[in-house]
Design a protein around this ligand. Structure first.
Ligand SMILES: C[S@@+](CC[C@H](N)C(=O)[O-])C[C@H]1O[C@@H](n2cnc3c(N)ncnc32)[C@H](O)[C@@H]1O
Length: 277
């Protein structure tokens, strides 16, 4: 099946992930660790993206991860749509020498189960969170972080956030408020990202005068939230469509050992900083 989504930024994101995976398995190959790749929004293994007037089909995250040498000891692909699960199972048969598990279900729920049930001693994993939009709950990030064994690549849906966080605070609906609470893991954002733009009075209802910080400010806010949770967080790679900020790609390190954090961030930042802006 053809899986159409994204644009030029999709290929940049996949190139960054692939570069990290290649360096990761190479760096850890003689450490006696069991290495797992977890793709929580796995898709079909291929992606068709629009580049200008034409479409190109390229390997998606799952296939790119399977082609990495040295290989991971285990691959876990999570998807919630049946036709895509069927496509992933076909890939499983095409790669008989790879240990692949395909799990149908909601990524948040499956990750929570996986992270809580595995014994992480002697194990390390790279987990890729590649949602279309605001599907990832903050609590899922907390569970990932608690393993102290996962390097997380997270495509944060910046455009989803600034669409929900309306320019004027007065326009936020309860649905939008809840969606932002879920993705940021706090309800304090509302005080943090809005400020009064006019003259404060005691008599008027001046709610309409509360304006949101700009997109740069939102990016900083998200980066800070991630840094409050994870021991290490890379630079954010801003991905744009026609100059409009769409996503920020981060690598967040759950491992608490300074040496592991240092190495992972050096690599992730090098790859991120090498991308075209
Ligand atoms: C942006 S695509 C992922 C593309 C994939 N990483 C690739 O490189 O080809 C997002 C995928 O997540 C799936 N998805 C959406 N919500 C989900 C959820 N709650 N749990 C699991 N999968 C979900 C969609 O069906 C879609 O295939």
């Amino acid at each position: 099946m053809e899986h159409n989504f994204g644009g030029p930024w999709t290929l940049i994101k996949l190139d960054v992930l692939e570069a990290y995976l290649k360096a990761y398995t190479l760096a850890l190959k003689n450490q006696g660790l069991t290495l797992t790749y977890i793709d929580a929004f796995a898709g079909t293994g291929q992606c068709t993206v629009q580049l200008g007037d034409s479409h190109v089909t390229e390997d998606g995250s799952a296939i790119r991860a399977l082609n990495v040498e040295p290989a991971f000891q285990k691959y876990i692909f999570i998807e919630n749509e049946k036709p895509k699960i069927a496509a992933l199972k076909k890939i499983q048969t095409n790669y008989p020498d790879r240990n692949i598990e395909v799990i149908e279900g909601d990524a948040n729920q499956v990750i929570r189960n996986l992270c809580a049930s595995a014994h992480w001693g002697g194990q390390r994993a790279v987990l890729f969170l590649d949602p279309y939009g605001m599907e990832v709950d903050w609590h899922t990030l907390e569970v990932i972080c608690a393993t102290q064994a996962i390097d997380l690549w997270y495509l944060f849906p910046l455009s989803g956030l600034y669409r929900q966080a309306t320019r004027k605070r007065i326009n936020i609906t309860e649905d939008k408020r809840q969606a932002i609470n879920r993705i940021l893991g706090t309800n304090e954002w509302e005080q943090d990202i809005y400020s009064h733009s006019g003259q404060l009075t005691l008599l008027d209802n001046d709610e309409a005068e509360y304006d949101r910080i700009d997109v740069e400010g939102l990016i900083d806010y998200v980066s800070e939230r991630l840094k409050q949770l994870f021991p290490g967080v890379s630079h954010g790679l801003l991905l744009k469509r026609d100059n409009i900020p769409m996503f920020t790609l981060y690598c967040a390190i759950a491992n608490e050992q300074p040496k592991a954090i240092g190495l992972a961030l050096k690599l992730a930042n090098y790859i991120i900083d090498s991308q075209p802006r």
